[in-house]
Design a protein around this ligand. Structure first.
Ligand code: TNX
Length: 524
């Protein structure tokens, strides 16, 4: 029997006995585990409505976990924390252990999933089981675009809850782009006074105050999730130019996309002193707002208006400013064209082969002006990952084919209203993908495992106008991401996975999350 735990645990045995959990059950809590236990009790209530009022039935402890290999890759907090855990359910009760509080938190998360799948009328009859588990990759994340559509702090907290339920541990916030600037830099007030106004098209803008970000970072940290900031440079900077026109190129560089939107090809200029005082001011203000992150993401992508030399000069100098401030560098794969430090991380996204593009009848034809630019970009992209590895840098695996969640859903929904949203959501350019497609791959097929720092999905918000849209594209894809990034079981059998996934809808419903009610899955 498979228990409905996602990601699938490393080992699992199940027997015939059961243990019954009710509202009078609870957790016997040693003081050093008060945090994880409090989170667990809150989360069970939100997932199921079951409020655990007692203090017995479940015990938690710090103890070594045997029988699971340690994770590989790098942690976004720069540390070495062991996330392995064990869960044992017997007729006498439940025991959860881990080598660290973080491991215990991950174990209690598996227990949450079991409880919500088994709960009927306020009682959860848990099958006796024993499993030990731990993550395959140390960095497991989601990159969230908060620019094209601004997502208010409460919505970001909902996303953090989704990451937490699936043991993901990185939220990468894409805080700046052409359409807006979303983080305070007190020494450069126009970034938020001018640059934060508006989003894509006529959507409302916004930004996170320092207090709001501090609250989000703390909320994530309570769930052992690191928030990594991205300041996208030297391209994707139209909002900077709107706020500070003296940083803009002398001649505006845009391509008309023919749909009312203009693509900015203008970039920050590495030859100008004012560029560097700007970058330094931004880093000085942003870095302290993300104390838990050992990394700063500098973007570096799609600098189509720039020469290779200027791009490399920019990346090298910006990276130096990040390192001088005690942080490590992450960038989109294009940064591999510059000189890297072996501690830098390169986020590999462009796995599309220009000479072998998948058939996609829905793909719009790009404006004629842009076509040569795109073809050249894809040709160069082929060499980025090898260049990164030659320089000793590791990769974050985020291939468009598998981990771009702004791809349309291929599966129909059982709900006609969702069918309308589904038809609208996702970039048609990517071609639709099914949930099954999302789990029938392995990160090690993309990049050799010893070169992987982590696995991260990305959600870009061009087609997303509100939180329902966002959640409809994220769910049920987030559990699939977790299955690939965490589970030691490297092959996913779709019917087996779908049977586990089906058991997760009660918790999503209780939390009011929007998810694609795909006809591929027999939802509970
Ligand atoms: C490429 S991925 C971008 C984003 C777009 C995205 C749409 C990357 C580093 N840059 O600016 O939103 O495609 O999927």
């Amino acid at each position: 029997m498979d228990l409905p735990v996602i990601p699938a645990p490393a080992t699992l045995t199940v027997s015939d006995e059961t243990f019954t959990l009710t509202a009078t059950s609870g957790v016997t809590t040693p003081p050093e585990l008060a945090g994880p236990v409090a989170r667990f009790v809150e989360a069970v209530a939100a997932d199921t409505g079951l409020v655990l009022t007692g203090s017995s039935g479940i015990t938690v402890e710090l103890a070594a976990v045997d029988g699971v290999p340690p994770s590989t890759g790098l942690r976004a907090d720069g540390g070495q924390t062991d996330e392995r855990y064990g869960v044992e359910v017997s007729a006498g009760g439940v025991r959860v252990w881990g080598a660290t509080p973080e491991g215990v938190h991950r174990g209690l998360t598996s227990l949450r999933q079991l409880i919500s799948a088994q709960l009927h009328d306020g009682t959860a009859v848990l099958p006796a089981t024993r499993f030990v588990d731990g993550p395959r990759f140390a960095w497991r994340g989601l990159s969230l675009d908060v620019v094209r559509t601004f997502h208010a702090p409460d919505e970001v907290r909902r996303i953090i809850d989704m990451l937490d339920l699936y043991k993901l541990n990185v939220l990468h916030l894409h805080l700046t782009d052409d359409q807006g600037w979303r983080v305070e830099v007190p020494s450069r007030p126009a970034l938020t006074e001018v640059g934060a106004a508006g989003a894509l098209g006529d959507r409302p803008g916004g930004y996170y105050t320092q207090q709001e970000l501090a609250d989000l970072v703390a909320y994530a940290a309570d769930r052992y999730i690191t928030v990594v900031p991205e300041i996208d440079m030297p391209g994707h900077t139209a909002a900077v130019f709107k706020a500070y026109p003296h940083l803009a190129p002398a001649e505006p560089q845009t391509v008309d996309l023919g749909n009312g939107d203009k693509l900015n090809l203008g970039t920050l200029d590495p030859a100008r002193d004012e560029t560097w005082s700007f970058v330094a001011d931004v880093l000085d203000a942003v870095i302290p707002q993300f104390p838990g992150s050992a990394y700063v993401h500098i973007g570096g992508d799609e600098t189509w208006g720039m020469s290779d030399e200027d791009h490399a000069a920019f990346v090298e100098k910006a990276s130096g400013l990040v390192r001088e401030r005690g942080k490590r560098v992450v960038g989109w794969q294009e940064i591999a064209r510059a000189k890297l430090d072996p501690n830098d991380l390169v986020q590999y996204w462009l796995d599309l082969d220009i000479d072998n593009m998948p058939d996609n009848p829905d793909a719009p034809t790009p404006p004629a002006e842009l076509l040569p630019v795109l073809v050249e970009a894809l040709r160069k992209a082929k060499y980025d990952a090898p260049k990164a590895l030659e320089q000793g840098a590791k990769l974050i695996v985020s291939p468009v084919t598998w981990l771009y969640f702004d791809r349309p859903h291929a599966d129909a929904s059982t709900d006609p209203a969702q069918e309308v949203a589904r038809a609208r959501l996702g970039l048609k350019f990517y071609g639709a993908a099914s949930l099954e497609h999302g789990v029938t791959w392995d990160p090690a097929d993309v990049v050799a495992p010893d070169q992987i720092a982590g696995v991260e999905a990305a959600i870009w918000c061009e087609t997303i106008t509100n939180s329902d849209d966002l959640e409809l594209l994220l769910l049920p894809r987030i559990p699939g991401l977790a299955e690939k990034a965490w589970s030691q079981q490297t092959t996913t059998i779709w019917p087996e996975y779908a049977a586990r996934l089906a058991q997760h809808s009660p918790a999503w419903r209780n939390r009011g999350w929007t998810w694609l009610q795909s006809t591929e899955v027999d939802w509970k």
